[in-house]
Design a protein around this ligand. Structure first.
Ligand code: SF4
Length: 425
């Protein structure tokens, strides 16, 4: 914090929690159903530093989806942090003698902790008994409905899966634990769950939905990737026109496919480029390299900006994997330089990428080799660099992420929104 006084303190703590995880005393865990606290839904990846069997009580009685930090010795403004469980983290959430829940670092309290209330719509089930949390969980303090409609990826095995991704493992571990975990979510179930949310979210906190899941290299239910994800977009927008900001996270698809998303009513397209460096993309994303290729991927991102408008194309990258051993950059300077080059490439064309903070999940090749993730200095300098390049290109925070600024942001899986100026989006 003292080395980087221009980066909000809230963002520094949040990045450290996201990259290294946090532990929970049993008193801070909730019951999966029927409790007062919104539980972690495992909405796509595990985002944990241990497998479910290794998490013990934290797997049976779930941790919350997110926590909100305030006050404490750093006088933190309201900061929403996605929960990534790590029993060995120096950060621990527990209830103090005065009955208040706090975040401790090496045993020292550093912030008050608020837990997300169980939303009303989570208390209802679909006609077939499935929970809304399983079919249409919400994250970002209720702002975003996260629709992982395809819970596995057709890039499968060491030669195809992205080296930081545990989507397929997460599916296997939930199945093995006997948890409900639908591989392909039927369109009707999605519509039914959304109707429950629409009815009970009377304050209209839910503002956007994301359609996503694994890549489709052949077919799912006889449909190609664009047809498969497009059918949900079409059905949602026909049933609830304009109720939410529709987003799709899919591969960088050919222009005609992207146009179909737009025609169905999708407003924001996320063709994630994952990591900028050419050599690392080839090593870390072998499936994407083989089926599409980095240059073509980037070309399609630029094409999609002509369909959606550059503001509405928001490709993600996984911040931190650039520094993963054994192939990543060995200095923070080199990693930041490379990532800055990618940011400038897109931002100079009006496209605003965004990033999630890498969680080194233990069943992925990169997580296994780098259980500590990337250094905090990298993450803090990335926040500085991201903001500087955004401002140099005359851009502001991307649409569909809620308000920017410390104390206001709700985006929970990186602190890029917490570290931008507090302007109206
Ligand atoms: S394309 Fe890569 S990051 Fe995306 S789900 Fe498949 S393996 Fe994971």
């Amino acid at each position: 914090m003292s080395r980087f006084p221009d980066v909000p303190r809230e963002a520094v703590i949040k990045e450290d929690l996201l990259r290294g995880g946090l532990a929970f005393d049993d008193s801070a865990l909730s019951d999966p159903e029927g409790g007062d606290v919104k539980p972690k839904s495992y909405f796509i990846f595990s985002f944990d530093h241990r497998t479910l069997p290794e998490l013990g009580t934290a797997a049976l009685r779930r941790p919350p989806e997110e926590i909100v930090l305030t006050g404490g010795p750093y006088d933190l403004r309201r900061t929403v942090v996605s929960v990534r469980t790590n029993p060995d983290s120096p950060y621990r959430v527990g209830t103090d003698d005065d009955g208040r829940m706090r975040l401790h670092l090496d045993g020292r309290p550093i912030a008050d902790v608020g837990l997300p209330p169980m939303p009303n719509y989570y208390r209802h089930t679909l006609a077939n008994g499935k929970s809304v949390m399983e079919v249409a969980p919400t994250i970002q303090w209720g702002y975003l409905i996260y629709l992982t409609v395809f819970r596995v990826c057709q890039y499968f095995g060491a030669k195809e899966e992205c080296q930081y991704c545990d989507i397929n493992h997460n599916w296997r571990q939930h199945k093995a634990a006997g948890r409900p975990y639908t591989g392909v979510k039927p369109v009707d179930e999605i519509l039914e769950a959304l109707a429950i949310i629409d009815k009970h979210d009377v304050e209209k906190t839910s503002t956007a939905y994301t359609l996503t899941g694994g890549s489709v290299t052949s077919h799912v239910g006889g449909k190609t990737e664009a047809d498969f994800y497009g059918q949900y977009a079409q059905a949602i927008e026909e049933r609830f026109p304009g109720r939410w900001i529709g987003k799709v996270v899919a591969q960088a698809l050919p222009r005609a496919d992207v146009q179909r998303f737009k025609d169905y009513g999708i407003q924001i397209y996320h063709p994630n480029y994952e990591v900028w460096d050419k050599r690392l993309f080839e090593l870390y994303c072998p499936g994407k390299e083989r089926y599409v290729g980095r240059e073509e991927w980037h070309r399609r991102i630029l094409d999609s900006a002509e369909v959606f408008g550059p503001r509405n194309v928001i490709p993600n990258f996984v911040a931190g994997v650039e520094m993963a051993a054994p192939d990543g950059f060995t200095t923070v300077d080199a990693a930041i330089d490379s990532t800055a080059e990618g940011l400038q490439y897109f931002m100079s064309r009006g496209i605003t990428p965004r990033f999630t903070t890498w969680c080194p999940e233990p069943t992925t090749p990169l997580g296994k080799a780098n259980p500590q993730g990337a250094p905090l200095e990298y993450h803090v300098r990335l926040l500085q660099t991201y903001r500087a390049i955004m401002e140099a290109n005359g851009l502001t925070s991307p649409p569909g992420y809620g308000p920017p600024g410390p104390g206001r942001a709700v985006f929970s899986v990186s602190s890029f929104m917490d570290s931008l100026p507090a302007t109206t989006p």
